[in-house]
Design a protein around this ligand. Structure first.
Ligand SMILES: [Zn+2]
Length: 364
């Protein structure tokens, strides 16, 4: 049931971890034979005093691989003709350090990180970014995986969350998937990413403020648990559920199509899920993804984001949940983040959440 984990080192020193569903003998029999440049140094974190947020500046990401042909896909298994990021001839699920990370522990050579002004502190973007390949099949998609593979992916994400939460200075571990060129995907191969942030990201900070206020007002009740209970009771925005999870459109959804998938039991993060909860996630999530693709009869571009508890202060306020949303608002229309959303952070939604829930329920 639990995948078999083996670690190898890529030729530039980055770590790669296989999560195999069956015993695979000798993962180390396939060393990385490529000659690679040394990984880039850490990005720069600059403090924006106007909004009290940290911005990561990672200029090296401009040079990353952009939509390569399928015979030069860095996420496919290595073949005699092309050495990819994965040295082996096949894999189930594999995770490795991003070659073009937004955060890493490779310090900038002395002196390059200096204060810009008294108002703008700067620090190195120490953290970790990993890539997760869900399947060795280049032309597949997460929604086409069998539930058993989704389980392996969840186990891999839980493993990485536990490990990256222990890294120095990491404030939150964020697994996510971007799907579709409309979202800005630069590799077609089905994959996700994991960011270990050295700071609490702005949306998490806002959620923590709200959760803390709610706890104070209600004698310690958990905000997300109360929201989930209210949605289960109201039913009108629920897309589906099983013994352990419920999928619903948030009442104040900001994206044209947005679904939360939440466990019924409050857990801080993926490592906190039981075997039964991990098994039950795949069937419901795959059903929601099929409904997304069914909405307009073509693959939906989407972002799938795991919200986990922070590592430090505020961890007790967290409630693990997945936020899935699309920027497609009609068959041939995308929602762009324009003036109100981009400049002011004030969302104007084009689809009524109850209508979105109805469309998703009818989408199969
Ligand atoms: Zn590929």
């Amino acid at each position: 049931m639990t995948p078999i984990r083996s670690t190898v080192e890529l030729s530039d020193g980055r770590e790669l971890v296989y999560f195999d569903e069956k015993p695979e003998s000798g993962r180390s029999a396939y060393p990385d034979t490529r000659e690679l440049p040394p990984p880039p140094p850490a990005s720069q974190l600059r403090y924006d005093p106007l909004v009290d947020e940290w911005i990561a500046v990672a200029a090296h990401r401009q040079t990353r691989t952009f939509l390569p042909p399928s015979d030069a896909c860095p996420l496919c298994p290595t073949t005699p003709r092309f050495a990819s990021e994965i040295p082996a001839p096949d894999y189930d699920v594999v995770v490795f350090e991003n070659q073009f990370p937004s955060f890493s522990y490779r310090e900038v050579p002395g002196g390059e990180i200096t204060e810009l002004t008294d108002m703008v502190p700067v620090r190195p973007g120490l953290g970790r970014c990993e890539v997760v390949c869900f399947t060795s099949d280049h032309n597949s998609a997460f929604g086409a995986l069998p539930p058993s593979r989704v389980r392996t992916v969840i186990d891999a994400l839980a493993d990485r969350t536990a490990e990256m939460s222990r890294l120095p200075g990491v404030a939150q571990v964020f697994p996510f998937e971007n799907r579709g060129v409309e979202i800005g995907v630069t590799l077609h191969h089905p994959h996700g990413q994991i960011y270990a942030y050295p700071m609490v990201p702005p949306r998490t900070a806002a959620m923590l403020r709200a959760a803390r206020k709610h706890a104070e007002r209600t004698g310690g009740r958990n905000l997300y648990a109360d929201v989930l209970a209210a949605e289960q009771e109201a039913k009108v925005r629920v897309i589906g559920s099983n013994e352990h999870w419920t999928a619903y459109v948030p009442a104040a959804a900001r994206w044209p199509f947005e679904v939360h998938v939440a466990p019924h039991r409050r857990v801080a993060d993926l490592p906190g899920l039981t075997d039964d909860e991990r098994d039950a996630f795949g069937p419901l999530y795959l059903d929601v993804l099929r409904r997304f693709d069914g909405l307009f009869g073509k693959p939906m571009p989407y972002i799938s984001a795991w919200h986990q508890a922070v590592v430090g202060d505020g961890r007790d306020l967290g409630y693990l949940h997945l936020q899935l949303f699309s920027i497609r608002r009609a068959a041939d229309k995308l929602k762009y983040l324009a003036g109100s959303e981009s400049a002011m952070g004030a969302f104007v939604s084009d689809v009524v959440p109850e209508k979105a829930a109805q469309l998703l329920r009818d989408a199969l």
